[in-house]
Design a protein around this ligand. Structure first.
Ligand code: FDA
Length: 395
């Protein structure tokens, strides 16, 4: 088979890979993107419930987890959320802020994928799908790749194969293996932004609450998020749970404040004065769905009786049970449903300005394969754009 020569080969036609390919091609580099999947951009299309939360107005280094929290600063400041918003606007893609600075397409995530494909096409970057890469060899002047679609040679090789989440959408450990082949270490990986599963004693009770969503503050390891939690038939999900899952380690408890915007003790004591004959459940049902209250009281070990029968510290104990609900998940749903993979290629071995491996000339890692993981809310795509853009200026 003939040898195809390119200046730049990008492996992985996801958010980071496509964006980087277009940028490198705009500089006049000949660029090809290789992907083993049949259909590309699967995660973009699924993201944000089909509307792609493509960035966050407030994106900054504080919204990312990494062994080196400073690493992402350079790329995020060289290509910002406003740069990407500018591009989205240039393409006339309508968008809106849903909540907390999260920007979503008005119509469809397809608008973002089509924009990336147009950017590649305009700049002359080509894309080859269903291409398995079987070997990579370093040469003096670049790299040689053996693939199911022939042999390639390139000066710069950009690895944009993402993390391990959602194997159904093409996720693979390829990027980590390439890193290790070239002597770069990989920080241990685990599923992030993922629902919790529960021990049987919790699940058997809480599964009945499936579909109920509550306002909450979820806390673990000195981090907390004020958003909703959602009871499901498998365990616990919702934005606050997904967020805190990235900070949680197996065996730890998560604390939920289920009355995050007020003082439940005060509510209960004033209700006790105003309507002493009211049942506790009746008063709580003013703040929570009735079905939740009926299940929560016995589950939390609380009695339902008229408020006048609560003495001394008893109302405080009731309030504490809701303000400080401690739950020990038995695990997470894992990579099958996780939105992201924590850990990845060690940032200490990459240049934060270019994303090139410090000790391997011409080898770049971008996007989720790198040990930089965003919170829920458009941050992960912003990292894909920012890291892809900086590599695209150099590769
Ligand atoms: P990405 O995973 O997008 O792309 C990797 C590409 O590499 C894929 O095309 C894959 O086929 C290819 N590949 C893998 N192994 C290969 C191999 N061996 N050979 C060749 N190709 C290979 N983020 C956000 O900011 N806002 C949001 O709304 C959402 N929503 C969301 C929903 C769901 C369901 C998921 C799973 C994830 C999100 N995310 C998100 C996270 C976001 O999708 C993710 O962080 C980015 O897509 C990462 O972009 P990358 O380009 O790094 O990897």
């Amino acid at each position: 088979m003939k040898l195809i020569n390119k200046d730049v080969i990008v492996v992985g036609a996801g958010a980071a890979g496509l964006f980087c390919a277009a940028e490198a091609a705009k500089r006049g580099r000949s660029v090809t993107v290789l992907d083993h999947a049949k259909r590309i951009g699967g995660k973009i299309l699924m993201s944000g419930g089909g509307r792609c939360n493509f960035t966050n107005m407030y994106a900054s280094a504080e919204n990312f987890l990494s062994d080196n929290p400073h690493f992402c600063k350079s790329a995020l400041s060289r290509y910002t959320q406003w740069d990407f918003v500018g591009l989205v606007s240039e393409y006339g893609i309508a968008y809106h802020e849903k909540t907390l600075g999260q920007l979503f397409c008005d119509n469809s995530a397809k608008d973002i994928l089509n924009m990336l494909l147009k950017e590649c096409d305009k700049a002359g970057a080509t894309i080859t799908t269903q291409c398995e890469i079987t070997a990579i060899t370093k040469r003096d002047d670049g790299f040689e790749l053996e693939t199911s679609k022939g042999s390639y040679q390139c000066e710069s090789l950009v690895i944009a194969t993402g993390g391990l989440s959602m194997p159904k959408l093409g996720a693979s450990p390829f990027g980590y293996k390439v890193a290790e082949q070239f002597g770069l270490s990989v920080k241990p990986t685990r599923a992030g932004l993922v629902p919790f599963t529960l021990h049987e004693q919790d699940k058997s009770v809480l599964a009945d609450l499936s579909g109920i969503s509550l306002d909450a503050r979820a806390s673990c390891n000195d981090t907390n998020f004020n958003e909703n939690i959602l009871f499901t038939h498998r365990g616990l999900s919702g934005p606050a749970v997904l967020q805190i899952s990235s900070f949680w380690h197996p065996g730890q408890a998560v604390e939920f404040d289920l009355f995050p915007h007020g003082d439940l003790h005060q509510e209960l004591t004033s209700a006790q004065v105003q309507s002493p004959d009211s049942q506790l459940a009746t008063v709580l049902a003013k703040h929570y769905p009735k079905r939740y209250v009926q299940t929560a009281l016995p589950y939390l070990g609380l009695e339902n009786k008229p408020l006048k029968q609560y003495q001394g510290k008893q109302l405080q104990q009731v309030a504490d049970a809701f303000h400080q609900w401690q739950l020990k998940p038995n695990g997470t749903e894992g990579y099958r449903t996780a939105e992201v993979t924590l850990g990845g290629v060690d940032t200490n071995q990459l240049s934060s300005k270019t994303m090139m491996a410090k000790d391997v000339e011409g080898l770049y890692f971008i996007g989720e394969v790198v040990d930089v993981t965003g919170w829920l809310g458009g941050y992960n795509f912003q990292w894909a754009w920012s890291s892809g853009w900086v590599a695209g200026q150099e590769a």
